[in-house]
Design a protein around this ligand. Structure first.
Ligand code: DAH
Length: 341
């Protein structure tokens, strides 16, 4: 009995000193665990006279329950204390200003590209993307630019071999579409193009969007109507277009399309070099030879085509004077175009 009482007192004493649940659980194992001190008492059972054994077992079990209840009580107190401390530590001052997350945004070229694609897709155009590495046939010959044609000088580009090159324009997309698809055709072909050019208004890599419509009775009037609508969407409803006669081997007639200057609205300023007009793209009625080479009967069908530079339109829209700023990835510059479209 002495030993039992000692153990009870010892447990109480030790429990006083405990200040965390971790210590508590360790101590609990020491006393009432499988190999603990209280269980140890039962092991001494064999030395107790047989008639006292039952009584001894009862008392030890009582002790066990008693000690366990001390532990439970202490546990409650400690858990409460620790929970409180944890909450205190995690306390957040919800009145403090939040930490601002910097969000990314689309590159201005992608913003304008998406706007252009959207404008034309709204008019029923589909998108077809051609390869960036293409053959001399698709880049030139099938567009009525034979070998040694002087028009090739306008587009001197990067060759891998005599017949394989980085495309200098997206016009091969016209040919590839006409070879695959029978009219009616109404496609846009966007993508990167490459030319051996590098200054404030030319980059060796830039982006174009090609447009092609082939159907019965397609004419220059349709081209005018289409592009008028396009500039109204991309610039604004006051913007007017002007067709100037030009030359491209793959269109006949060919035109260069100007819009009224978006800065001075036609009065003349530095952006439009005093003319009131800014050139935005090349276009024309598809040359019959080009239709025929791609297997389309030019007696039945006619087409219109246009090709525009995304950099050029972006520069005009936002008043950017040096094309290279579009490729420098300067965050200060790019974050001015904070739109997600
Ligand atoms: N491919 C021409 C260029 O890169 C642009 C062009 C002009 C495309 C007239 C056309 C077009 O489809 O009809 O300079």
């Amino acid at each position: 009995m002495q030993e039992i009482n000692n153990l009870r007192e010892k447990a109480k004493l030790e429990l006083e000193k405990v200040s965390s649940t971790k210590e508590l659980y360790d101590l609990k194992t020491t006393f009432v665990g499988k190999n603990g001190l209280v269980t140890g008492l039962l092991r001494g059972m064999k030395d107790i006279p047989a008639e006292q054994r039952a009584e001894f077992g009862k008392v030890v079990n009582q002790l066990k329950e008693e000690i366990a209840s001390y532990f439970d009580e202490k546990e409650k107190v400690l858990v409460e204390k620790e929970t409180f401390e944890k909450f205190e530590k995690e306390r957040v001052d919800i009145t403090l200003p939040g930490v601002k997350q910097k969000s990314g945004s689309l590159h201005p070229l992608n913003i304008v590209k998406n706007q252009i694609l959207e404008a034309f897709c709204g008019m029923g155009f589909e998108i077809f993307e051609g390869p960036e590495i293409d053959s001399d046939y698709y880049c030139f010959q099938a567009l009525n630019i034979p070998k040694d044609h002087p028009a090739r000088d306008m587009q001197d580009t990067f060759y891998f071999s005599e017949n394989v090159l980085l495309r200098p324009h997206t016009s091969p997309g016209q040919v590839r579409t006409m070879e695959k698809k029978a009219p009616p055709i109404k496609i846009l072909s966007p993508g990167r193009v490459y030319r051996a050019d590098d200054d404030a208004s030319h980059s060796p890599m830039f982006h174009q969007i090609e447009g092609l419509v082939v159907d019965k009775g397609v004419s220059l009037c349709d081209l005018k109507g289409l592009l008028d609508e396009f500039v109204r969407i991309i610039f604004n409803s006051e913007t007017k277009t002007r067709f100037r006669p030009s030359y491209f081997p793959f269109t006949e007639p060919s035109v260069e399309v100007d819009v009224t200057c978006c800065k001075c609205h036609g009065k003349g300023c530095s952006l439009c070099k005093g003319t009131g007009w800014i050139e935005i793209l090349g276009a024309g009625v598809v040359n019959k030879k080009v239709l025929e080479m791609s297997g389309i009967d030019s007696e039945v069908y006619s087409g219109l085509a246009f090709g525009l530079g995304i950099e050029r339109i972006t520069m005009i829209k936002y008043g950017i004077s040096d094309i290279r700023t579009l490729f420098e990835n300067n965050i200060k510059f790019l974050s001015q175009f904070n739109r997600r479209k």
